[in-house]
Design a protein around this ligand. Structure first.
Ligand code: GLC
Length: 433
């Protein structure tokens, strides 16, 4: 037993070190896969359709992942430039995808397959960090709801949750992230026994990162379907998780879903915003019932990877991001800045037709501008309150997605002024903060 205070001291003393790789990684892939994939109605199908446990079990019997599907996911994640993958090991439907001794309702007992084992092996093969998603809520376990009103059921259920996670973190070597979800129906970390459980899990995996969904803030918070954390968000490091279509995490009819899908350009924009704010982006794909990936999702995400190959230095690496320094861009070019405050990245979205990009809002001026995909130097001239990049080609320099990234280097830390003060700048009135 450990008190909450002792636990907080214990976890916070190693947090920065544990978070290092995660902050550098910036981009991860989320996989929602389970019997619900067979239904094609999303991972909440059992609940939204108010299905009987017995009926849902029939769906589980039809769930037969193709050989090597975890390899396909990891290969795609690698090509996409993601640095880690988080897989649903057991979603709210309560079906474990591994050979569990705690939960007989599992894939191994149905098919002889242990998908967690296959997944961790695939991640290692492709050099990806490993995240295991683990639901707290459970629609299959007899105490899953009862735990809210019956103390004995609560004790049994929290012990069950602990045993499941102990299995996950003991039997598959080093695991990098435990991604909890849905702390329902219990209302506090005490009722969930989160301090004791998480403490125990950290003894098994000392470098483990844990997200904020066990009613404890832990290592990072997880805004959902939003890459724009608001000031009232809990603070600390963030990882924005996103569906591919704003509809579902689990598989849905891909022909119909594709008109709602994000394009590679939209994905890069979201990634850019997360990187700029100093956070990670976790993009979800819901594999088909057989575990293969919808072609459209795969194509778009792999194009992101092609872009990252050339432009990744503007995204990866916490050492180069600085959410506190404003970097300025105009409406066709958005900006982010580096930790030393002396460089900015401008991501051009709409290419000019006159060979010039004009940027206002910087009080000081860059000394050098390069295009990061090919390193070419860009000519620019200073014009008092703005600068003009000129002699640009007629088409975007970036030939992958048409999102060209410029790096602006300054001799001194960047000084920007808010757009509302542009007229002051124009008129030469000194800027006052
Ligand atoms: C929500 C949903 C769940 C999904 C998760 C991902 O909590 O209940 O289906 O797995 O978000 O963030």
């Amino acid at each position: 037993m450990i008190t909450r205070e002792e636990y907080d001291v214990f976890t916070s003393s190693t947090r920065n070190k544990r978070l290092e790789w995660f902050k550098d990684a910036r981009f991860g892939m989320f996989i929602h896969y389970g019997p619900y994939s067979v239904s094609g109605m999303g991972e909440w199908a059992m609940y939204t359709q108010n299905m009987d446990v017995k009926d849902y079990e029939k769906l589980a019997m039809q769930f037969k992942p193709a050989e090597n599907c975890t390899d396909l996911w990891c290969q795609t994640a690698k090509n996409a430039g993601a640095k880690y993958v988080v897989m649903t090991t057991r979603h709210h439907d309560g079906f474990s995808l591994w050979n569990s001794k705690t939960n007989p309702y599992n894939l191994y007992n149905y098919t002889g397959r242990d998908l967690v084992k296959e997944f961790v092996e695939s991640c290692r093969k492709y050099g990806l960090k490993i995240g295991l998603y683990s639901s707290l809520m459970d629609w299959h376990h007899p105490d899953g709801w009862k735990c809210a009103t019956d103390e004995e059921a609560r004790k049994r259920f929290t012990k069950y949750i602990e045993d499941l996670n102990v299995e996950l973190l003991s039997n598959y070597g080093k695991i990098d992230i435990l991604w909890y979800d849905m702390s329902y129906p219990l209302k506090t970390s005490t009722l969930w026994d989160s301090v004791n459980r998480n403490y125990k899990l950290r003894q098994i995996q000392p470098d483990l990162l844990i997200n904020n969904r066990s009613k404890m803030p832990e290592d990072f918070f997880t805004p959902e379907e939003s890459n724009d954390p608001k000031p009232d968000d809990p603070g600390g490091y963030f990882e924005a998780c996103m569906t591919f279509n704003k509809i579902s995490w689990g598989y849905i009819n891909e022909e119909q879903a594709k008109k709602f899908n994000y394009t590679s350009q939209q994905i890069v924009r979201m990634l850019t915003i997360c990187a700029k704010k100093g956070g990670n982006f976790l993009l979800n794909i819901g594999p088909r019932p057989d575990g293969t990936l919808p072609d459209d999702d795969k194509r778009e995400i792999e194009r992101v990877g092609e872009w990252l190959k050339k432009n990744g230095s503007a995204i990866y690496g916490d050492s180069v991001r600085n959410p506190d320094v404003q970097a300025c861009g105009n409406c066709v070019t958005i900006g982010s800045s580096t930790k030393d405050g002396k460089s900015a990245y401008l991501y051009n979205l709409i290419w000019p037709n006159n060979g010039e990009i004009v940027i206002g809002g910087y009080i000081n001026q860059p000394s050098k501008i390069t295009c990061i995909s090919d390193g070419r130097e860009i000519k620019f001239r200073k014009e008092n309150h703005r600068f003009v990049m000129y002699d640009l080609p007629t088409k975007p320099i970036d030939d992958v997605l048409g999102i060209t990234v410029f790096k602006l280097e300054f001799d001194e830390p960047i000084k920007c002024c808010p757009a509302s003060h542009y007229p002051h700048m124009r008129e030469g009135i000194p800027f006052q903060e």
